[in-house]
Design a protein around this ligand. Structure first.
Ligand code: HEC
Length: 107
């Protein structure tokens, strides 16, 4: 039953775990490289630990990352770990935030 539905929806890529039909899927490896290049000045190379300036951010949601990294904000209702506003924005990462989220979501 599920299979039939997926087969039917495959044409619209609605059932895809495989990213073959996606133009660009989130790439945790690219996310890791971006994290190393941009974030570890302040966050820890191990994102589950506090860094020199920033808090641990492992597991941060895409929503949180977009708000914080692009707009210096937090999602509605989110309780920030810190009350400071020291972190700059990184608008050049706009199209790559999903990669960073994929990396930070890794176990
Ligand atoms: C210049 C230092 C600096 C850099 C570089 C930096 N951050 Fe931060 N980050 C901070 C600080 C400090 C905070 C604590 C809040 C504040 O002061 O803005 C923070 C907070 C965060 C938070 C919110 C955590 C929470 O749960 O409250 C996220 C998410 C985050 N950083 C992600 C990133 C990502 C992803 C990058 C790389 C693209 C990055 N940061 C680069 C300093 C930095």
């Amino acid at each position: 039953m599920t299979l039939a539905v997926c087969a039917a929806l495959a044409l619209t890529s609605a059932c895809g775990k495989d990213e073959g039909t996606e133009v660009k899927g989130p790439d945790p490896d690219r996310g890791r490289r971006l994290y190393i290049a941009t974030c570890i000045v302040c966050h820890n190379t191990d994102p589950s630990k506090p860094g020199s300036q920033g808090p641990p951010i492992k597991g941060s949601s895409l929503e949180l990352l977009e708000a914080k990294v692009l707009h210096k904000r937090y999602p509605p209702g989110y309780k920030p770990q810190r009350n400071t506003k020291a972190m700059p924005t990184y608008p050049q990462l706009r199209k790559r935030i999903a990669d960073v989220a994929a990396y930070l979501a890794q176990p």
